[in-house]
Design a protein around this ligand. Structure first.
Ligand SMILES: Cc1cc2nc3c(=O)[nH]c(=O)nc-3n(C[C@H](O)[C@H](O)[C@H](O)COP(=O)(O)O)c2cc1C
Length: 203
């Protein structure tokens, strides 16, 4: 009995802490699952450029995530209703272009039109430049461009998830912190730009 009592005391203490935490949480509102993506989808919003049979295309994308430092691997969810999905699956190549806030209108336009109906480079006056490692064009107006090749196709069928390896990266050496745009869902964006530094063991 003596041995059991202290254990019970611990259990009761933990229970109280749990209740206290629950009470604080009650002040929060329930959030619709249909909007959860807007909490995690912090971007930056990018433009994926592809090329097939001498025709180039651009798609806006915010569902992407880093998977590895070096060689850099990026996971990208690209809907199979998009033309980009078909081209990327056929060619295995694309460029991830990172735009800044001045390009927001064009970014939204590229995300609301399909490449089989619109030549987005011409219509939205964006400039294609030759890449070094892939046939897809770089978008000159973007501050950074990542030439990518599909590294793993295993999750395309189940999740429309392409694992891309970055083969070559380009950046405009402006010296300024890039004002990238970050999607919060339903046409709402925040703009990055302020950097706060803390000591970190991360690379
Ligand atoms: C801010 C924004 C973010 C988007 N993110 C994605 C995304 O991550 N994946 C996706 O498949 N479509 C995304 N879209 C939708 C595509 O960009 C859109 O369907 C586009 O018309 C596809 O072009 P395409 O058919 O020429 O490839 C996004 C659109 C916007 C406006």
């Amino acid at each position: 009995m003596r041995l059991i009592l202290p254990k019970m005391a611990v259990i009761i203490k933990l229970d109280i802490t749990y209740c206290q935490r629950r009470r604080i949480d009650v002040k929060k509102k329930s959030y619709p699952l249909s909007k959860v993506y807007g909490l995690l989808e912090t971007g930056p919003v990018v433009l994926v450029s592809t090329a097939y049979k001498k025709r180039s295309n651009i798609m806006t994308m915010s569902w992407h995530t880093m998977l590895e430092f070096e060689p850099p691997l990026v996971g990208c969810v690209i809907s199979n209703r998009n033309r980009t999905f078909d081209i990327l699956r056929k060619t295995g190549e694309c460029v991830i272009n990172i735009p800044t806030v001045e390009l927001t209108e064009k970014v939204v336009a590229c995300g609301n039109t399909h490449g089989d109906k619109v030549d987005k480079f011409k219509t939205y006056t964006l400039t294609p430049r030759s890449a070094r490692m892939v046939a897809s064009p770089l978008i000159d107006e973007c501050y950074a461009n990542l030439e990518c090749r599909v590294a793993d196709r295993r999750m395309i069928r189940a999740y429309n998830l392409f694992i891309l390896e970055v083969l070559k990266a380009w950046i405009k050496p402006t010296g300024n912190i890039p004002k990238t745009i970050h999607h919060h869902g339903r046409g709402n964006f925040s703009v990055a730009g302020k950097i706060i530094a803390f000591p970190s063991k991360m690379k």
